[in-house]
Design a protein around this ligand. Structure first.
Ligand SMILES: [Zn+2]
Ligand SMILES: [Zn+2]
Length: 379
């Protein structure tokens, strides 16, 4: 079938919205008519080249998608045409050792997400003009009117809730909220530092509130993001003027000189030397530091910016967390229920809605850093 999609040909060049030929789903795959997709900072990292793909073929980005199943390939059992689904940026086969351990974020299929091909090694997306293969992105490719995705990459959701909000559960919300509510056990009144207040950080603040955390200290380089953090429940905000020592001092002042019980880092990339250092310093003695912001592969320095003496003598713990340590088929329906009951706020996380033709504006906004929490494209 023919449909329109936004294609990235060259890094840092505008995406082209053009006609794509989409093959029907093969075994274990399904065709989804997209209803909405979030625009995540990770899309921008592939756009700028901060994150590397495994091929240099053109690609259809987008990985926070939600839509309606049009057609299922052979062997697909968990959904049927007409079902509403959201797509997860990591697949889970349900069969490997890690899936059986209840750790689908470590599923063996994760090794294939950057190949640009489907699980069988072939492409479903082709340029309409000459039939050339176009890569998929994380088996999702949601910047498109339709996509073919894997059964391993979807979660069924109720058909009466807005997909233009539930789409955030496919990456950003689950990553932030899960890091706080799944990866550690925060007791009521315990204190938390959140470094980085974009979509992940705002979801993390909601997670901290749902655990009845005491002080929730938000740190960001943009005043606008700190204003959003306050709206979502941060009790204290600190503007990071690229001074780790100063930010640490302020966190200590807020916490009677101790530091917080937990600290979370949601930035990664070039800034990670600074933001990880803040998260490490923020944690109290025997506190836990959770690192979520990834993508340091381009940096020359791949070492953590921490003192090993401080780690040992203060008995701190550092923990890496991927996709909120979520068990997709259990946690995402749980978040859907919480959304329906008004206990999590996805509405205010969406700063603005766009159409597919606005995709380049969306990227400009993400890269500006201070304009938006999350943008959603509606089809
Ligand atoms: Zn994402
Ligand atoms: Zn698996």
């Amino acid at each position: 079938m023919k449909m329109r999609a936004a294609v990235l040909y060259e890094q840092n060049e505008p995406l082209l919205v053009e006609e794509i030929e989409l093959d029907p789903p093969k075994a274990g795959e399904l065709l989804v008519k997209m209803v909405a997709t979030g625009v995540c900072h990770s899309d921008a990292h592939y756009y700028t080249g901060d994150s590397q793909r495994m091929s240099d073929r053109p690609v259809i980005l987008g990985h926070e998608g939600a839509g309606i199943v049009e057609e299922v390939g052979p062997g697909v059992t968990i959904v049927k045409p007409g079902d509403h689904v959201i797509m997860t940026f990591l697949p889970a086969c349900g069969k490997c050792k890690w899936c059986h351990r209840g750790e689908p974020t470590l599923c063996d299929l994760g090794a294939l997400i950057r190949t640009g091909k489907m699980l069988d090694g072939t492409s479903r997306h082709h340029r309409a003009s000459d039939g050339a293969d176009i890569d998929n992105f994380l088996f999702v490719s949601s910047f498109a009117e339709y996509t073919v995705t894997a059964e391993a990459s979807i979660v069924k959701v109720p058909d009466y809730l807005p997909l233009e909000r539930l789409c955030l559960l496919g990456c950003g919300f689950t990553t932030g909220y899960g890091a706080v509510t799944n990866a550690v056990h925060i007791r009521p009144g315990e204190t938390v530092t959140i470094v980085g207040c974009g979509g992940l950080g705002l979801a993390a603040i909601q997670g901290a509130r749902s655990c009845d955390a005491g002080k929730i200290i938000a740190v960001d380089i943009h005043e606008e993001k700190l204003d959003m953090a306050k709206k979502f429940g941060a009790t204290h905000t600190i503007l990071n003027r690229h001074d780790v020592r100063e930010v640490t001092k302020e966190i200590r002042e807020i916490t009677w000189g101790e530091g917080t019980d937990y600290s979370f880092e949601f930035v990664g990339m070039e800034q990670s030397q600074e933001t990880q250092a803040i998260a490490f310093k923020a944690a109290r003695k025997a506190g836990t530091v959770v690192l979520v912001g990834a993508g340091v592969q381009k940096l020359k320095e791949k070492t953590l910016p921490i003192s090993s003496d401080e780690l040992i003598l203060y008995r701190k713990t550092i923990k890496g967390v991927l996709f909120g340590d979520a068990q997709f088929q259990i946690d995402i329906p749980r978040y859907v229920d919480l959304f329906e009951q008004g206990k999590i706020n996805l509405d205010d996380m969406v700063t603005k809605e766009f159409t597919l033709d606005d995709i380049n504006t969306c990227f400009e906004n993400v890269l500006a850093g201070n304009r938006v929490a999350r943008q959603v494209i509606r089809f």
